[in-house]
Design a protein around this ligand. Structure first.
Ligand code: MRU
Length: 354
């Protein structure tokens, strides 16, 4: 088999000066590749809220770097004042989007690191915070690689794979989660045929997934979300791979709106449905999917964002939830960096942390 090399995109990083965060503005892809250099808390909040940086793990990595850069700017005179400032910044950043657990997970981790610096000189605390945000990023790279290895055992050369939204390198680091096995397999000479749901209303599948796969050289076909059933009915899909924003303790999984519909279709057509995500996206403190807060977004994303003219009357009411929850019963396996979990998820997920 011919080995291939793919160029990995780095969507989030610390600037060369080390005092700001550099991101690819995902909201402009694939037409423009614009890098933003962010230093102010309000710009960081806006970048998450407007999905300039998006995808649960990427949001976590970005939050870690952001809090470190904000800590560098602190003029607080003593440790308690420094911590109070940092906690306020963390609460502010955390309020930018509610569903992806990686955001609060990374912020809590940074705050714990800062707290552990009590009694140490400020320079040492800042050094430790820098190490911590780099560790969050490096661990994500390793987790994506491990997820890709585990996920690759579930598919074979020539398989058709349907994916929803974007859980590739831009949403994470390097291989991505749902796209990880596909990209890693492709590097090793395997060929898959990917069907990418466009993912209304924000088109992450069209703008980002098909872009990433095209760039890598993987065979990808873009479909509208409502075409998944016909593609499955023709026997073109052997597995569904999706990412996740929060996995509850019982295995219920929040992911991009429309994911649960794909799972229902997959069940009907007897196609395995797999969720792929790092352990940082598993939230054992959330008992079930009912406990996950679902972000509601601006109706204009449905009515006019991508159109020259509005596609509905101004007074037309819209319901625009950004995520839905796939019940664990519809999930054949949850592929993590620590291995593949199967039902009963309450046990298999808990075992990952023991
Ligand atoms: O609103 P988004 O684009 O941030 O939603 C992203 C998703 O739902 C992804 O599928 C999920 O975060 C997994 S990314 C590895």
């Amino acid at each position: 088999m011919t080995k291939r090399e793919i160029k990995h995109l780095d969507g989030v990083r610390l600037s060369d000066q080390g005092d700001s965060v550099v991101i690819i503005d995902q909201s402009l892809l694939p037409n423009e590749t614009v890098y933003l250099n962010l230093k102010e808390a309000t710009d960081m909040y806006e970048a998450i809220h407007q999905l300039r940086v998006r995808g649960a793990p990427a949001i976590g990595i970005f939050a870690g770097y952001s809090l470190y850069c904000l800590a560098l700017q602190s003029t607080a005179e003593d440790f308690p004042a420094f911590m109070e400032e940092l906690k306020k910044q963390a609460i502010y950043l955390n309020s930018s989007r509610p569903t992806a657990v990686n955001l609060s997970w990374a912020l809590k981790r940074m705050l714990a690191k800062a707290e552990a610096g009590s009694g140490k000189p400020r320079a040492k605390i800042l050094y430790d915070l820098r190490e911590e945000c780099l560790a969050i990023h490096n661990e994500d790279i390793a987790m994506c690689k491990a997820i890709a290895e585990h996920g690759l055992t579930l598919i074979k050369d020539g398989d058709g794979i349907l994916t929803h939204c974007n859980a590739g390198p831009l949403a994470t680091s390097r291989y991505g989660t749902a796209l990880g096995p596909i990209l890693m397999g492709y590097e090793r000479g395997l060929n898959f045929r990917v069907f990418a749901d466009e993912t209304r209303p924000l088109l992450q599948g069209a703008r980002l997934t098909s872009y990433e796969l095209e760039q890598a050289g993987v065979d990808v076909t873009l479909i509208c979300d409502n075409m998944a059933a016909i593609v499955m009915s023709k026997g073109w899909v052997q597995a569904c791979f999706v990412g996740c924003d929060r996995v509850a303790a019982n295995g219920d999984t929040a992911n991009k709106i429309g994911t649960s519909g794909v799972a229902i279709l997959a069940k009907y057509y007897d196609i395995p449905f797999y969720v792929l995500g790092p352990t940082s996206t598993i939230d054992l403190d959330t008992a079930t999917g009912k406990d996950i807060e679902i972000e509601l977004r601006d109706p204009d994303e449905i009515k006019q964002k991508w159109y020259e003219k509005p596609m509905a009357l101004p007074q037309t009411r819209c319901y625009n939830p950004a995520f839905d929850v796939t019940p664990h019963k519809l999930i054949d396996a949850i592929v993590t960096d620590k291995g593949i979990c199967r039902a009963p998820y309450a046990e298999s997920l808990r075992a990952l942390f023991e």
